[in-house]
Design a protein around this ligand. Structure first.
Ligand SMILES: *[C@@H]1O[C@H](CO)[C@@H](O)[C@H](O)[C@H]1NC(C)=O
Ligand SMILES: *[C@@H]1O[C@H](CO)[C@@H](O)[C@H](O)[C@H]1NC(C)=O
Ligand SMILES: *[C@@H]1O[C@H](CO)[C@@H](O)[C@H](O)[C@H]1NC(C)=O
Ligand SMILES: *[C@@H]1O[C@H](CO)[C@@H](O)[C@H](O)[C@H]1NC(C)=O
Ligand SMILES: [Cu+2]
Length: 146
């Protein structure tokens, strides 16, 4: 890489760090089985702050848009579940696995992760990405105690 390219890369990553934002998604808004908003744009480093505002819900990842196929464990009804986006681009699909909230109420959503260096080249290529795994260790721990 040329010196200019190195400098650009450093500056770009600094800028990305500085402009990292928090995006709030309300879970169970208006006591309905819904995520509001159910689609957000983000870039790597942004925080998706799931705010559990009503009812009993969770947030888990699925394998495709609108799907109810669970691929990770998730976070059941905390006050907040703050997920820091840690893939460079792609899509992260999620849903609520409580009762029939996904199947009958379509309680689903998508994080479109835009390439922070080229936002026209956005989330066209879906990546199945497993980032919501914070409960795995506690589930394992629960098994060990049985
Ligand atoms: C996300 O970005 C796309 C363009 O890449 C835009 O069309 C869309 O309106 C944006 N969605 C939100 C929720 O900001
Ligand atoms: C999550 O983010 C929200 C919004 O920025 C903040 O109010 C809350 O304290 C955070 N909670 C945790 C557990 O990090
Ligand atoms: C389900 O929700 C998604 C957003 O997560 C939306 O795009 C889609 O149109 C909804 N499907 C139905 C059948 O309402
Ligand atoms: C940004 O992405 C678009 C779509 O893939 C591509 O056509 C364009 O050349 C890219 N721009 C840069 C500066 O890489
Ligand atoms: Cu729910």
């Amino acid at each position: 890489m040329s010196r200019a390219a190195v400098l650009f890369t450093i500056l770009a990553s600094l800028l990305t760090t500085v402009i990292a934002t928090t995006i709030v998604i309300n879970v169970g808004e208006d006591n309905k089985n819904q995520f509001v908003p159910n689609a957000v744009n983000a870039t790597k480093g942004d925080v998706i702050a799931f705010h559990f505002v009503g009812g009993h819900h969770d947030v888990v990842q699925s394998d495709s848009f609108g799907s109810c196929n669970q691929i990770t464990n998730g976070c059941p009804n905390p006050e907040w579940y703050n997920y820091t986006v840690d893939l460079p681009k792609g899509q992260i699909w999620f849903f609520c696995s409580t009762l029939t909230h996904c199947k009958y109420y379509n309680m689903t959503g998508t994080i479109f992760v835009l390439d922070s260096l080229n936002q026209t080249n956005n989330a066209a290529t879906p990546l199945v990405y497993t980032g919501f795994n914070i409960l795995i260790s506690s589930i394992v721990a629960a098994f060990l105690m049985i």
